[in-house]
Design a protein around this ligand. Structure first.
Ligand SMILES: [Zn+2]
Length: 421
């Protein structure tokens, strides 16, 4: 049931073209639907995010253009790409209109891949009327650059005025998607190439793993959207061929050739993107291996130092062990507690001998206690400890950075593509 009131949708922008006239204006959805003006080419820029939540306007759009209800669903909104079409026939079975709906999703990184990114969405619905050869193209939520480009491209020739083929706008839309994907792929490629030129070395031992993984995430998304983009153009070709079967004309063949070429171009970008992802994986593996090699070399050095220390200590311990009993015995017998009479050959011992133990045992305990305290408050510096601390600091900073990026990605993802971050 149609709701009576719009819930505050922004006005839509309409550009129309006829044989002698081209005009652009902004108007409300109600006003546009009620006027019912036939034009050869009509391009409408609208905000689907508002209309989707406004029962009144959504129903107006659905009825006016016979859009499928599922187009407004959340799963269609969150989709990373699709193509669908429908042919309307009259009571006699003759073709009345041909509608298509398609979505391209393209991810662009900013100059620094860890600092930001944004999504381009080509969310299009087209309807071609067989009797009048007129075309209506709905462009939902375009970014300003895409909007300006499409407004120019869709009118830069007169091919839409007498279009006998409902797929004439699809060449322009697919070309726009290829153009945007080309920028996305080559921007990732530039980052990957820079990593290849600045590989980790002994002078640059701490690769920024968080940045590398963020870049890898973008590369995976670009590859994913390219795969869907290739499929989308391929589906266009299939449906176009089915529609034109039996009515082969030069115009149809030309559109087929253009779509084939764009499909091939998108496919080549897919291959390049796949190569970027593999190259990035290769660089990340190298970074891991270099770090593992450094750690291994450090362990070997520590082992050698420990082995050398151990050998020296063993020698000292053996020498001490040899002389210690004799030294102890000599020291005790040379004290005045014992007296040797050379004339009689008798040994005498003082009855104060207990004093020796009363003094030496506490001194020994105090010495051992001081040694323990010294090692506790002034621990020996270990080999490689400074490098280890530097890496731990870098890891902690990376973790904080990563947490901030996750938070940023969640906010951006909710705004742009739902849960896809
Ligand atoms: Zn509304």
């Amino acid at each position: 049931m149609l709701s009576n009131k719009c819930q505050g949708c922004p006005p839509i922008e309409i550009i129309t073209q006829d044989r002698d006239n081209k005009e652009a204006r902004k108007t409300s959805i109600d006003s546009f639907v009620s006027r019912n003006e036939p034009h050869k080419v009509t391009v409408i820029f609208a905000e689907a995010n508002f209309i989707r939540h406004c029962d009144h306007c959504r129903q107006l759009f659905t009825d006016k253009f016979q859009m499928p209800e599922l187009w407004w669903t959340d799963w269609c909104k969150r989709s990373n790409g699709y193509f669908g079409c429908e042919e309307m026939v009259d009571e006699k079975g003759e073709t009345e209109a041909h509608s298509t709906w398609l979505r391209f999703l393209i991810k662009h990184c900013s100059d620094n891949p860890t600092k930001g990114y944004f999504w381009y969405k080509l969310n299009i619905f087209t309807r071609w009327e067989y009797s009048t050869k007129s075309t209506t193209i709905l462009v939902f939520d375009p970014k300003p650059a895409v909007r300006a480009h499409l407004a120019e491209k869709l009118f830069d020739s007169r091919k839409g005025l007498d279009a006998e083929d409902p797929y004439w706008p699809h060449c322009i839309l697919a070309e726009e998607a290829v153009h945007l994907q080309d920028d996305a792929v080559w921007s990732i490629r530039t980052f990957v190439r820079n990593l290849e030129k600045n590989r980790p070395s002994r002078q640059n031992l701490v690769p920024n793993y968080a940045d590398r993984h963020e870049l890898a995430r973008h590369a995976i998304h670009v590859l994913e959207t390219l795969e869907l983009g290739t499929k989308t153009i391929n589906d266009m070709i299939i449906q176009h061929d089915r529609l034109q079967r039996g009515t082969d004309t030069a115009h149809h063949r030309q559109i087929s050739r253009q779509l084939q070429f764009l499909h091939h171009t998108m496919r080549s970008l897919y291959c390049r993107s796949d190569s970027n992802k593999e190259r990035l994986l290769n660089e990340n593996q190298l970074a891991f291996h270099v770090m593992a090699q450094f750690d291994s070399e450090m362990s070997v050095e520590i082992g050698h130092a420990a082995q050398s220390d151990s050998a020296a200590m063993k020698t000292i311990a053996v020498l001490t062990l040899i002389f210690l009993p004799a030294t102890f015995v000599s020291a005790i017998f040379s004290t005045s507690f014992f007296n040797f009479d050379a004339g009689s050959g008798d040994w005498g011992m003082s009855d104060k001998f207990w004093m020796f133990w009363a003094v030496s045992i506490p001194i020994t305990l105090v010495t051992v206690a001081m040694w323990l305290l010294w090692h506790k408050f002034f621990p020996q510096k270990l080999i490689g400890e400074e490098d280890l601390r530097a890496r731990r600091r870098a890891t902690q900073l990376d973790s904080l950075h990563h947490a901030a990026l996750v938070e940023l990605a969640k906010k951006g993802g909710e705004k742009d593509v739902g849960k896809m971050v």
